[in-house]
Design a protein around this ligand. Sequence first.
Ligand code: FES
Length: 161
Amino acid sequence: MAKTVRLEPIAQQSEIETNGNLLSVLLNKDLDVLKECGGRGMCATCHIYVQEGMDSLTPVNRREQRTLEVITSCRPNSRLACQSRVIGQGVVVELPPGMYVNSLQDIEALIGRRAEQALLHPITGEVLVEQDKLITRSMLKQLEDTASFKVGEFFSHSKDA
Ligand code: FES
């Protein structure tokens, strides 16, 4: 039987097959999820918060746990959307107020455009580029000096996983 998942704060609802993962719900709604690791629980660019219905999701697995541990914006209700399968009703997902990027290259690709949504650091959750800001080369330079993007090091367990 299909399950209903609600997404906040955008107040959208989606149907998903039992055992389908939350990442597919986000993608179905055309949300920009980088899913840098291809949905293997190793990059944190699909980090979301579960407002309600944690019991209606499959439990956190070991790999997810290890990835969540390095995210400083992690809360007790944090999950990785790609690792959370929906097994019951009543799941309410809280989306981050922007999109996670995994490297400066992701931002570089957007130079000359306005950020459609805030761009967030995948580990700290810090806002790197505010929504509607024009992305320029000098902004990138500034970020290079300030934001550490050694994301690969943080998620180095991905090699032995
Ligand atoms: S897509 Fe990489 S952790 Fe979920």
